[in-house]
Design a protein around this ligand. Structure first.
Ligand SMILES: [Zn+2]
Length: 450
């Protein structure tokens, strides 16, 4: 049992504290106390100052919120950032990304690309991310070393991929990794059938059986484009989401990424099954994939989280920017300025993300007993003045350059905009070296990528 009389490890004193739960609340001049990596105290400043604490940190002009949760991405693809832009999804995938992955992706690529993604995300206020990429064991080791939190999603396709010669080998690796990390305090392992058009019924069945047995989450790209849905209907007279329902894949452990195409029947399936939707607006915009009707989903009671997708299709891992895009786009799509207001947008980027990843009991809000995953945004700059509603200011007027501090499980991973455990200069050098190697290939084999 924790000693509740022991001094706090850390007492934070921000100007604004936004717990996200209860919804819509902004606590002015409050303190938050951390002990053994967990939030153990929240109270008014005057009372908070009477608490004994090993470290007291004043955060004047800052907004303290739960850490942002990037619910979908492909971390190591940071090394393909800007490799092939301004192309439709299937051309981009088949003619550029898949060949580049076949040529370049190995364990060293995943190691260096994941480190770059972790650093970029921490500097942007993200404390937890979902990753779906090759060599998931390597990615999990990078997350472990970094102190960050993540869902490592093991990719499964019907064809050979880097690190797995066939689907059964990919599943075997996934089960082994799941069991190895079953008690890890910051890492969960999920299964990631890539998309309805890359995984057939037999393999989806296998994934469902394994996930049910392990009580594991499943993350999948679903209804990313109208083409995907039209092609499936033309070939099998069945919409992909209906097929996943028929195969028993949907449920509270199912994370449907993208969902730009939603019929009334699709919406009913999402609601009934209590599946989560992960909205990636900038990837959808850039690949002209379509628009996820976030407000319609929200009003129907579907849990909607937000993700950046990979850096090759976004091209940044900026979840604060992504959330702003989502908030603006939701209004345009719904034809209503009241759609996805600032407070709900922040909830989508925090607690809804936690719920989608099955981590809502652990993170996603600043509540007593939860892990101390937190971010301090500096709202003292000229671009944020004056501050009427700090949450509105955060969503609509603040960039990730205002992220000042980040804690995961009570450990400071970013202090005054500097990473505490990673060498930014070395990360930049490594990334540039990969860029030179990869663009050398493009000169030999085809047009030079940007
Ligand atoms: Zn994706």
């Amino acid at each position: 049992m924790p000693n509740t009389n022991a001094p706090l490890d850390l007492l934070l004193l921000p100007t604004w504290l936004v717990p996200v739960e209860p919804a819509g609340v902004v606590l002015k001049e409050h303190g938050l106390g951390v002990r053994d990596g967990r939030i153990v105290y929240i109270g008014p400043r005057a009372e908070a100052l009477k608490q004994q604490a090993v470290e007291v940190r004043e955060l004047p002009g800052m907004l303290l919120s739960p850490g942002l949760i990037n619910a979908h991405g492909h971390a190591a693809m940071t090394l393909f950032r800007g490799l092939a832009d301004d192309l439709p999804l299937m051309t981009w995938l088949e003619e550029h990304i898949w060949p580049a992955e076949g040529k370049w992706v190995d364990e060293a690529f995943v190691r260096d690309g994941t480190d770059l993604a972790i650093a970029e995300q921490l500097k942007g206020g993200i404390t937890c991310f979902s990753d779906m990429y090759f060599y998931p064991k390597v990615a999990s080791e990078r997350v472990h070393n970094s102190g960050m939190r993540a869902q490592i999603t093991v990719p499964v396709l019907d064809f050979p991929i880097p690190g797995a010669r066939n689907t059964d080998e990919a599943l075997h690796i996934g089960v082994e990794l799941f069991n190895d990390l079953a008690h890890h305090p910051r890492i969960t392992v999920a299964f990631g059938p890539h998309a309805p058009y890359t995984v057939g019924d037999d393999n989806l069945e296998k994934i469902r059986v394994i996930a049910d047995e392990l009580d594991a989450m499943i993350q999948m790209h679903v209804h990313e484009t109208a083409f995907e849905v039209e092609q499936a209907v033309a070939q099998n007279q069945e919409r992909p989401l209906a097929r996943l329902h028929r195969l028993g894949m949907l449920g509270p452990r199912f994370q449907a990424v993208h969902m730009t195409q939603i019929s009334d029947d699709d919406l009913a399936l999402l609601v009934e099954s209590n599946s989560s939707v992960i909205h990636c607006p900038e990837s959808n915009l850039k690949l002209a994939s379509g628009f996820c009707p976030v407000e319609r989903l929200w009003q129907a009671g579907v849990n909607v989280a937000v993700g950046t997708d990979g850096a090759a299709s976004n091209n940044d891992l900026d979840l604060l920017g992504e959330t702003r895009t989502a908030a603006l786009l939701a209004k345009a799509v719904a034809g209503s300025a009241t759609a996805l207001d600032a407070h709900r947008a922040l909830r989508m980027a925090t607690l809804n993300g936690a719920r989608a990843l099955g981590l809502q009991a652990e993170v996603g809000s600043l509540e007593i007993g939860k892990a101390a995953d937190m971010v301090a945004f500096d709202l003292s700059g000229l671009a944020q003045q004056p501050v009427y509603d700090p949450v509105s200011q955060l969503i609509y007027a603040t960039g990730r350059d205002c992220v000042s501090h980040v804690w995961v499980a009570g450990k400071a991973l970013l202090e005054e905009r500097r990473l505490t455990r990673m060498d930014e200069q070395a990360l930049g050098q490594t990334a540039r070296a990969w860029g030179l190697r990869i663009s050398g290939l493009a000169e030999q084999d085809g047009p030079h990528p940007r």
